[in-house]
Design a protein around this ligand. Structure first.
Ligand SMILES: C[S@@+](CC[C@H](N)C(=O)[O-])C[C@H]1O[C@@H](n2cnc3c(N)ncnc32)[C@H](O)[C@@H]1O
Length: 232
């Protein structure tokens, strides 16, 4: 998979790109490339933002700057770009990133991520250049960089070769294998610690019973989660 990240802070991704699952993928041809859109601004003194029409606090990222950066990277009008690849603007109010969206994105060969800053994007960037608007949660970060990393991490760990044991990514919280429920609890040695025993069924060696206990735990966790959300 090849991911291009448009950001004003490409240095944020240096650490991320060196993490084991990402280096595993890079060794087999995957890439994360950063484009600092300040380097493509048609404006003087590296300007990328401007005051909002209508007034209000903060600065807004300019549509002509993103137009120029996307055009420089892909050599076509960015309006046409999204017909051929997912161009994802990160924004708190976008579609929530969940396991099914992660699966959907993991099937793409190439992705483009747009990281906002300040008050965010001029809406015309979203309307005319983006194919998707994605949020990592209903809270506001200072910029799209951490959101981009969360998305990349969740997507890339699903790709073959990322993890030491590929089965690790199959039966996980919210996956289809667990009917969209949270994962069941795990335990390891010691079998008892400070009087806290591991559930006996896990030591029984009875695979069918273990499987059924895990499914049940997973369903109970989903119910608790639903009750907590409903109680808010
Ligand atoms: C300070 S935020 C702008 C918030 C915007 N004024 C609002 O109220 O929705 C700056 C940038 O951070 C990114 N960002 C912040 N929170 C995010 C979230 N929860 N999910 C995805 N991106 C986020 C977006 O790219 C956004 O343009």
């Amino acid at each position: 998979m090849k991911i291009d990240i448009f950001t004003l802070f490409p240095e944020w991704f240096g650490w991320f790109s060196e993490q084991r699952h990402i280096t595993n993928l890079r060794a087999s041809g995957s890439r994360i490339d950063c484009v600092n859109f300040r380097e493509h601004t048609p404006l003087s003194a590296g300007q990328v933002d401007d005051m909002p029409f209508g007034g209000g606090a903060g600065m807004v990222l300019r549509v002509d700057v993103l137009d120029s950066a996307l055009r420089a990277r892909y050599g076509i009008d960015p309006v046409e770009l999204r017909a051929g690849r997912r161009v994802i603007a990160l924004a708190p109010g976008g579609r929530l990133l969940d396991d099914s969206l992660v699966d959907e994105l993991a099937r793409e060969e190439e992705l483009t991520l747009l990281c906002g800053r300040y008050e965010g994007f001029d809406e015309r960037i979203i309307e005319h250049f983006a194919s998707d608007v994605v949020s990592i949660g209903r809270y506001v970060l200072s910029g799209g960089e951490l959101a981009a990393m969360v998305l990349c991490d969740a997507v890339m760990r699903k790709l073959p070769g990322a993890l030491g044991d590929e089965r690790s990514a199959e039966e996980e919280s919210f996956s289809a294998a667990l009917e969209g429920n949270p994962e069941y609890p795990h335990y390891t040695r010691p079998a008892e610690y400070r009087g806290w025993p591991v559930p006996e069924v896990l030591l029984s060696g009875h695979h069918a019973k273990i499987e059924s206990w895990r499914r049940e735990q997973s369903r109970e966790r989903a119910e608790r989660l639903n009750q907590e959300s409903a109680g808010r």
